[in-house]
Ligand binder design. Sequence first.
Ligand SMILES: [Fe+2]
Ligand SMILES: [Fe+2]
Length: 308
Amino acid sequence: MPKLTQDSCPTLTANLTVLYDGACPLCRREIAVYQDLQPVDAGQTLTFSDISRADSALPLGGVRSDYLARFHVQLGDGQVLSGAAAFVALWATLPGWRYLAFAARLPGATPLLEVVYRAFLRIRPQMQGIAKAFEAPRVSKALAGDLRSDQAGETGAVWIYRGLLAVSGNAGVREFAQRHLKTEQVHLDNINAVLPWPQRSRLLPGWRVAGFATGALPALFGPRAVYATIAAVETFVDQHYQHQIDKLQNQPEHAELLKLLRECQQDECEHRDEALALQAQPPGRLLRAWCKLVGSGSSAAVALARRI
Ligand SMILES: [Fe+2]
Ligand SMILES: [Fe+2]
């Protein structure tokens, strides 16, 4: 195993091999910046090695997962530097960046940089997820609008059941809500999986609040109001999904999405039918007015989510 150093700051070296994780979108972007630069001294060579590739060579005795976990450079004499020391060694070879390397070599600066780097490594998986989401191919504008409305609806659905559970003490309502909440969370996860992150609804906090209120308010009035509300919501959602299914059913390129929407619609219809079956008696005038308001609110939310 070559000597691994995290704290030392080497002087300029004639040959430097940069070992980077090409599967990481953050690393790729940073390395692309360095690759566009020529080393300051003509006698230096800078080699970039994507060690995420199984066929790429590693320093003798090295374990790939260890090298992927941190940034490394290998000097011409075989010494391997890791983390902040590796960055400083690389920066020292590059025009512009060498001044940063000079600053990093001031007393205490490289250890401080190492602390910052370790803190970054802790949030690296989350940042990689965000970067990958931004790199994911976008869906068409029209499809994104429809999927955004689905995302808003499923977010609202999840929070309706959370609202019910926050308020209702009725055992039947709570069992109903817990079961349906699981299904709605699966719907939301599946819709999120096909809607690239940058195209998602920017009004999610609003859909959560609206959903929570739509569940919590009827829960204050008992099971009859709860089941009438769920039946009204799911009646709307069934029609909403049917509208999208009609648009997509002659587009073979969207066969997978069509399957997903049909599965969601099937679940929503079961939710609606279950809620209708649990209604002990038909809703009165006030409850009918509330259900109408829920339907109009859902319609307005869909229109808004298609745009934002
Ligand atoms: Fe759903
Ligand atoms: Fe549902």
